[in-house]
Write a new protein. Structure first.
Length: 474
C-alpha cells in the first residue's frame, strides 16, 4: 500500500540528493520552488486597477482645468495702468463728488472710456470684491475690435462709512474667450474708488481688529478690539439676521445714539454686513464698579465720584424723557480710578438690546441665577407692570449705592430660593439689611430710594446733590 501526498516532491537522480519538498502554493521548477502563478495574476490585476484609477484621475483633473471659469483662476497678473493692454481714460472714480461728502444708500455715477489701441480683438470685464458698496456697471464686459472703444458707466451705492474703499478691477485678455486665453495674457489693473463718505453708524467690519475675547454667550461674544486706532468693545452677534431685522436694529440704534453725554458710554456704531453683524462701543479699561471694589480700588473719594458721575448720566436720560431700565454696578463702567479725573464712571447698557434684536431673538426664560440677581435691582412695581419709569431707575440706583458702599453684593445671605421667590418677596416689601459700617446719610438715602411707593422716592437731582455735598465735606 502506498501513501499519496499533496506536496511537490522531486528526486535529483544525477546527484542522488535528498528530495526537495515545496510548500503548498509553490512548484518545483529546475531545481527550485517557484510560487504559483495565481499570485502573479492577482498582482497584475491589482496593478492594472491602480493604473486605471490614476488615468481616470488625470482625465478628471484635465477636464476640470478646461472647464474653469474666471472665478476659479487663482490670481490675475496685476499691472500698472501704463502697462495695461487697454487704454483707460482715468484710473480714479470720484463719482462727481470732489470736495463733497457722499451719503450712505445714495446712488452716484461716473464713467470711464476703455479703448483697444491694438490690431487684434481684446476682451474686458469689470470685477470687484467689496462689502462696503454695491456697484453696477454698464456694460459689465465686452469685446473690443481693433482700435475701438466703449464708455463704461459705474453706479455706486455706499453701504457703510469707510476710510478707504476697495478698488474696482478691469480685466483684459486676448480674443473673445477667457477659457481659451493663455493665463499669462490675462491681466488686471485697479481703478481706485475715491469717495469721501459721511460719518454714520454703519461701520466697515474690515476696520475692526479683534484683540481679546472677554465674554461669550448664546447670542454673541464680547471682544476687545481696535477701530481706527482706538480700543473699543465689540459685541459680535451669533444670530440669523434678516434684512428686516438689520433695518430695525439700525433704526433703534439711531434713536439710542441721539443720547450723547460725558457720563454715558459712547456707541460708535454697528456692522450690518451679513455674517459680521456687531455693535461697537467705547472701552472702559478699568472694568465696572463691582470688579473695581473687588480689587480693593474703591476708596471713599472714588465711591463719591463714581456715584456723582452715575447720577449725572441718569439725570441726562431723565431730562430727555428716557429711562435706563437696568441700573446696577456691572453697568457702571470705569474709565478712570483717579477721583480727580473729570470723568471716572460712565453708564453703559442704557439701550435695550433685547428689544433691538427682538425680530430675531425670541423671548426666553432667563437663567435662574441671572433672574435672581437681576431681581435685586428691580423695583417691585416692575414685576407687575412692564413699563419702566424714572422712579424705577431711582430704586435700582439705591440698591447699587448700597452695594458700592458696603463693598459686597446686596442680600449676601441669599435669602431667596430662586428668582420667582425673590420677586415675590420684593413685591411684598423685602429689602436687604444695611450694615452698621455704612454712613448714616447713605443709609437714609438708600432706604428712601427703595420706598415701596413711587412718589416717596427722591428725584435723581436730589441724589446728585447729596453726593456732591458729601464730596465737598470729605
Amino acid at each position: 500500500m502506498s501513501n499519496s501526498t499533496s506536496s511537490n516532491t522531486t528526486f535529483d537522480n544525477s546527484t542522488n540528493s535528498p528530495p526537495l519538498i515545496c510548500p503548498p502554493g509553490y512548484f518545483y521548477v529546475k531545481g527550485e520552488c517557484v510560487q504559483s502563478t495565481h499570485w502573479i495574476l492577482g498582482v497584475s490585476i491589482t496593478c492594472s486597477l491602480l493604473l486605471a484609477l490614476v488615468m481616470v484621475l488625470i482625465i478628471v483633473v484635465w477636464f476640470l482645468s478646461r472647464k474653469k471659469t474666471t472665478s476659479s483662476r487663482d490670481r490675475y497678473s496685476r499691472v500698472h495702468s501704463d502697462d495695461f493692454p487697454l487704454h483707460l481714460s482715468k484710473t480714479e472714480l470720484t463719482f462727481e463728488s470732489e470736495g463733497i461728502t457722499m451719503s450712505i444708500n445714495t446712488q452716484y455715477t461716473d464713467e470711464i472710456n476703455i479703448t483697444n489701441t491694438s490690431d487684434i480683438e481684446k476682451s474686458f470685464k469689470i470685477e470687484f470684491d467689496a462689502t462696503q458698496y454695491i456697484l453696477k456697471t454698464e456694460p459689465e464686459c465686452g469685446v473690443l475690435g481693433p482700435h475701438s472703444s466703449v464708455d463704461v458707466q459705474f453706479t455706486i451705492t455706499l453701504k457703510c462709512s469707510c476710510k478707504q474703499y476697495p478698488p474696482i478691477n478691469v480685466v483684459s485678455f486676448d480674443g473673445t474667450s477667457e477659457v481659451d486665453a493663455i493665463d499669462e495674457d490675462i491681466v488686471t489693473t485697479p481703478v481706485q474708488v475715491c469717495a469721501s463718505c459721511e460719518d454714520t453708524l454703519l461701520l466697515d467690519f474690515k476696520e475692526i481688529s479683534t484683540k481679546e475675547l472677554i465674554a461669550n454667550g448664546l447670542h454673541g461674544d464680547v471682544v476687545v478690539s481696535t477701530y481706527r486706532g482706538q480700543t473699543v468693545v465689540v459685541k459680535k452677534f451669533k444670530l440669523s439676521w434678516t434684512e428686516e431685522a438689520r433695518s430695525f436694529f439700525v433704526e433703534r440704534l439711531g434713536e439710542v445714539t441721539q443720547m450723547r453725554h460725558s457720563n454715558l458710554i459712547t456707541i460708535f456704531g454697528c456692522v450690518v454686513t451679513p455674517n459680521h453683524e456687531a455693535l461697537v462701543m467705547e472701552f472702559a479699561e478699568h472694568g465696572n464698579a463691582r470688579t473695581c471694589y473687588r480689587r480693593g480700588e474703591m476708596e471713599l473719594k472714588l465711591r463719591e465720584k463714581v456715584l456723582i458721575d452715575v447720577c449725572k448720566g441718569i439725570q441726562y436720560l431723565h431730562s430727555n424723557n428716557r429711562v435706563h431700565g437696568c441700573i446696577k454696578p456691572t453697568n457702571m463702567l470705569m474709565v478712570s480710578i483717579n477721583p480727580q479725573s473729570t470723568v471716572c464712571c460712565k453708564l453703559g447698557h442704557y439701550w435695550d438690546l433685547a428689544e433691538m434684536t427682538s425680530l430675531i431673538i425670541p423671548k426666553i426664560e432667563a437663567d435662574n441665577e441671572i433672574m435672581m440677581q437681576n431681581s435685586y435691582f428691580t423695583a417691585p412695581e416692575c414685576f407687575k407692570e412692564s413699563s419702566l419709569t424714572a422712579e424705577a431707575d431711582v430704586y435700582s440706583l439705591g440698591m447699587s449705592i448700597l452695594e458700592i458702599y458696603q463693598q459686597k453684593m446686596v442680600y449676601p445671605e441669599r435669602p431667596f430660593s430662586n428668582g420667582w421667590d425673590a420677586a415675590t418677596e420684593i413685591v411684598k416689601g423685602k429689602r436687604p439689611d444695611v450694615p452698621n459700617s455704612v454712613d448714616e446719610k447713605i443709609k437714609n438715602l438708600v432706604t428712601k430710594c427703595w420706598e415701596q411707593k413711587l412718589e416717596s422716592r427722591p428725584k435723581i437731582g436730589e441724589i446728585l446733590k447729596t453726593f456732591m455735598e458729601l464730596q465737598d465735606q470729605s
